[in-house]
Write a protein of this length. Sequence first.
Length: 444
Amino acid sequence: MAPRDDLGRQSHPAVAAAVAALTPSTEALRDLVRAFRSAMAAGLAGRPSSLKMLPTFVEQPRGDESGRVIVVDWGGTNGRVSVIELGGGDARMVAEDDFAFRESDRTGSAERVFDVIAGAVERVVRGESGPLPLGLVYSFPARLERVDRALALSLTKGWRTVGLEGHDVAELLRVALGRRGLGRVTVAAVANDTVAALILQSYRIRGHAAVATPAEVGLILGTGTNQAADLPGAGIRNHESGNFDGVEAVAAPWDRALDRELADPAPGAQRFEKMAAGGYLGEILRRAIVDLGRSTPLFRWAGSATDTPWSLDTVRLSGVAADESEDRSGTDEILRALGVISTLEERLAVRELARAVGGRAARLVAAALLGTLTFIDPELDSEHTVAVDGGVYGGYPGFAERVRDGLRELARAQRAGRVHLAYVKDSTSAGAAVIAAVAARRQA
Ligand code: GLC
């Protein structure tokens, strides 16, 4: 049956072909599940693999961790320092201070970066007394040697900080805190955001029932995407799954072009992330539209902002996908902001494409998640909790349900039903506070 737009009209054949290119077959996704599992095994065994499976040295919480913890969350231009109060499985933010970097700081010294961070720490601890453990969320690649020793690997997201790569970020922060006389603040742990999500959910579960099975997977679906998992015999590992390269077989022409033309992350790097995460979904849609504008009577929008790479962000894509209005006036508004006056037919076609890009992301995420879960439990005989956070998961209409659909598509319904997706909104700082509290207890 020929594809139809959502007013039931037959899609333009070129739009239908684009949607098909953005819709991997179930069989191809099953291959992806298997490839993901193999890449995990290779990464864990230290063989060449696109999954690094980095050790985190983080242990599951008991649920009775309590007290005040400082958390620094740094992974880009903007960051945040918070004071978090832990108790009874609950993490409450009691104070916070945002910090921002200048464009020039990206290529400046590590000393300058940590000085800005230490300045923000100084502002939030002013009202606090006594020794305070600190958790640092470092959302760049790092190789941990202990929970409180993390050697920076090469930076991403356009950062080229001098004197960072190969250095311990915890120690750099300690030194910067020392310069401000903040010796009573102890850098107790460095963690990735995926691990923070996992640990926060475990803390909530065990805060209510100490013997309960903790969360086993942490998944972030925001600007970037990544998973962490508690693996039998290997402990909690940071997959850096955004780098999984088994997606080439299901890539559409626009994914390949984007990967080729982008300098950072370099071609070949972060292939999974470039097809599934918020940093890219809007741009994939824009590229599809521009291409169709060259080969069909639709989307003759040259001269508008749609010519400009990255002008169509994922928030706009989500807005189009969510637009149920008559005449698609929401989509019209979004396109007008880009300098485009569209026909109803074009708006319906954009919506079909937006939903294809968003739906594909959810199915890819489901496949990668099943890769991890079947690594832990091949037949999915037990119940599993996955802690999920991130702007795409919370912001794209029905994303959670699409991931669940994907799980049911790829695993038998009964088994898929044993996978519980727990949305842990704003988990990063709260989860890192729990990680730091667990680490501080061990170090005490
Ligand atoms: C990127 C980072 C990774 C992080 C993810 C989600 O993939 O490399 O460390 O977990 O984004 O923020």
